[in-house]
Design a protein around this ligand. Structure first.
Ligand SMILES: [Zn+2]
Ligand SMILES: [Zn+2]
Length: 307
């Protein structure tokens, strides 16, 4: 089992297990091409530890499936009326198998009901939906958004970093998951969420999601994300590019870790150790990009320094 050292500001360092999770999947129970059993086999063989079924407006009887050692979670994708007569895509990870989608329902009512049912709730693929950051931020009590969604890459709207950063800049401490949103084979294994949990029980997985103990990736991995004694420390897969992404363009808000030969060039890096005084202000995040162009995204870190 993979491990990570995770330390939030003001908390003790913890060694946690890292669970490779597929949190957004469709099956033949809605508009997916594969049966639940086929989905389980595919993700099991790809080394996943956690799989959440999130069919459109309906749940799955995950307790009756053989998870092949993976933790199977009952979830749902909800579609209440959204801004400008569109529909929200609300991802609820961890609802009872008899959870019902009701109509009519506002986005907020859907979020509230999913939260009351014990779910970890995210706004799915805002770019694909055409939602502005301001519209996303009208939803109260979501944990965050999908920063990457494999199924939307075929229309070029797979990355949601702009929406995420706009929300962070506005002070919303949103976390972000990476998901496949698998409907067809082409959606398989483009991005996933690494959940840093105390165990692989559903309860501990949902707790880790709610508390922000996870990161998202297309490949690169973190082995340490720690803030202590005014320092940021991170260790990760060796990458040609690792940046601290924060508010605005000035005052060193975006920091390249290495810049040996002028702008746009990087030497390989596998760790960061930096005084928070030299990190972006407000909420900032660590973003990795490996030699194959695959990203990993930490959740946001709040820098206590104002200037
Ligand atoms: Zn969707
Ligand atoms: Zn979906």
């Amino acid at each position: 089992m993979k491990k990570i050292v995770y330390q939030k500001p003001g908390m003790a360092a913890e060694e946690r297990i890292v669970l490779k999770a597929g949190l957004h999947t469709h099956t033949t129970n809605s508009d997916g091409k594969f049966s639940p059993e086929e989905i389980i086999t595919m993700y099991h063989e790809a080394g996943f530890d956690v799989l959440c079924f999130t069919d459109h407006s309906c749940t799955n009887k995950v307790s009756e499936y053989d998870g092949k050692g993976m933790t199977l979670i009952s979830g749902i994708e909800l579609h209440p009326i959204g801004p400008r007569n569109t529909r929200w895509h609300i991802l609820a990870v961890g609802v009872p198998e008899d959870f019902q989608h009701t109509h009519p329902e506002t986005g907020q009512e859907a979020v509230d009901r999913a939260n009351e049912a014990g779910a970890a709730v995210f706004c799915a693929h805002p770019y694909w939906c055409g939602f502005t950051p301001e519209e996303v931020m009208t939803l109260r009590n979501i944990l965050g958004i999908e920063v990457f969604n494999t199924s939307t890459r075929y229309i070029g709207k797979d990355f949601n970093m702009y929406c995420w950063d706009a929300c962070l800049d506005a002070g919303k401490e949103y976390t972000a998951i990476a998901v496949d949103d698998i409907h067809n084979k082409r959606d398989f294994c483009g991005g996933w969420t690494m959940i840093c949990a105390e165990s692989n029980s559903q309860e501990d997985i949902i707790k880790a999601l709610r508390q922000g103990y996870f990161y998202s990736t297309q490949g690169p991995e973190f082995t340490k994300i720690a803030v202590h004694d005014g320092m940021l420390e991170a260790e990760f897969t060796t990458c040609p590019a690792a940046v601290l992404v924060g508010r605005g363009a000035g005052s060193g808000a975006v920091i390249s870790i290495e810049n040996p030969d002028g702008p746009g060039t990087y030497s390989e890096v596998s760790s960061i150790k930096r005084d928070l005084k030299d990190c972006p202000r407000g909420l900032f995040r660590i973003q990795l990009r490996d030699a194959q162009g695959r990203y990993a995204w930490s959740n946001p870190i709040r820098n206590p320094y104002i200037w």
